[in-house]
Design a protein around this ligand. Sequence first.
Ligand SMILES: NC(=O)NCCC(=O)O
Ligand SMILES: [Zn+2]
Ligand SMILES: [Zn+2]
Length: 478
Amino acid sequence: ETLLIKGGTVVNAEDEQRADVLVKDGKIAQVASGLKTPKGAVVVDANGKYVMPGGIDPHTHLEFLMGGRTGVDDFHSGHRAALAGGTTFHIDFVLPLEGDMMKGLKNYWDKASNALMDYGFHMAVLEWSDKVAKDMATVVEAGVNSFKFFFAYKGAFMVTDETYLKGLMRCKELGALPMIHAENGDAIEIMQGLLYNQGIRGPEGHSLSRPAFIEGEGTGRAVRLARLVNAPLYVVHVNSRDAALEIEAGLEAGQRLWGEALAGGIALTDEPCFSPDFKKAAAHVMSPPLRSKSHQVHLKQALASGKLQLIATDHCGWNSSQKAAGRHDFRAIPNGIHGIEERLHVAWEDLVNSDMISRSDFVRLTSTEAAKAFGIYPDKGVIAPGSDADIIILDPEKKHVLSAARHFSNIDTSVYEGKSIKGQVVTTISRGRIAFADGQIKLKAGAGRCSAAALAGVRRYMLYAPSSRAGLFGWRSR
Ligand SMILES: NC(=O)NCCC(=O)O
Ligand SMILES: [Zn+2]
Ligand SMILES: [Zn+2]
């Protein structure tokens, strides 16, 4: 199918220009003003609208299995939600299965067989052994180029500093990007016990057990250990000023770091977590927890000034019936909030409409930077000839209100309930096909694929030369 997107303003991370966009065979063929309509082409009118690269959400958990429960958004409903909100690519987290990374990855390839749009995968490292080191190389060959380590979820996912350090060095050898969930699982477990024994059982206990300075401690430790072995590092879900300041300090020390803010972190505060309404409070429980307004303001300023590099969601779809497992004990509330559908609109409203960032910054923070960090640029993350035609059209005048009643996600609540947005994605194009228009999803299950770019990512776009150098000279010279 050939599409001509006519009369819009094309916004990329570097610039914006009035131009038409010609799409052929799933790719962008031409970007120029006054393009003639080829015979048989479908014309999409973008007058008065912004034509931007589709959103890339580098942090999601579709069909996520945690604590014996499975999240309610799979690759079908999650992709419907994403496309309706202007996201055309995401990177999901795979856990090893029965101690085997490739088994875990194959399991996710199966889960994604009903995908509508393209996707890639990160892999979690949960322990250290020769097998793990070998497995990492195997999944790199299969297209994974990023590995997540947890400093939280003690007894489940948490790793020791030793495993983390060995993992960082292995990532360097493989040319892959390490990622960290930066908290402190030992400290959290002790605080949880103290609070519980004092009679604090409700969702507020979740927030109280994970203070911002402990997120800061975990982030500072992760960043400094990465400095020790001279490894790049991507810090996921930065939810506090304390964590953001640690990333800033690492950047000032010359480290190669990415700090990932979340739509939730910039749009929400921890206030609902202290509500007597359990359903509402539990819906907001995630780790690291949402914080107070002053943290929220700091995160937005850090994004605006370049101290945090991108915006993800950590989309993790638990229904209220699943959250209810922790009704009498906050420690049993499944962690995670949604956002794959709302992220672009939240960032547009709270950052662009509030004049904190430009439209080009918006594209960089929600698309281009993630494409670069994870090796899928310029296939994705830019509107330019040769790139995949993953494109959104946003009408800046269209007003709408976010709500569980109207969202595409399977989740039965919305942490964004009632939030007004000026500006709406009216058309989403996924590899040249109209995926969302007139308020409806147009693609069928199976239309998505594990991105060829992501599959070839490490080879084609290696950001770091493989190296076993332990950073001794790196840190001494700084
Ligand atoms: N973030 C969260 O609360 N749940 C999802 C798992 C994770 O990313 O840590
Ligand atoms: Zn995490
Ligand atoms: Zn996550």
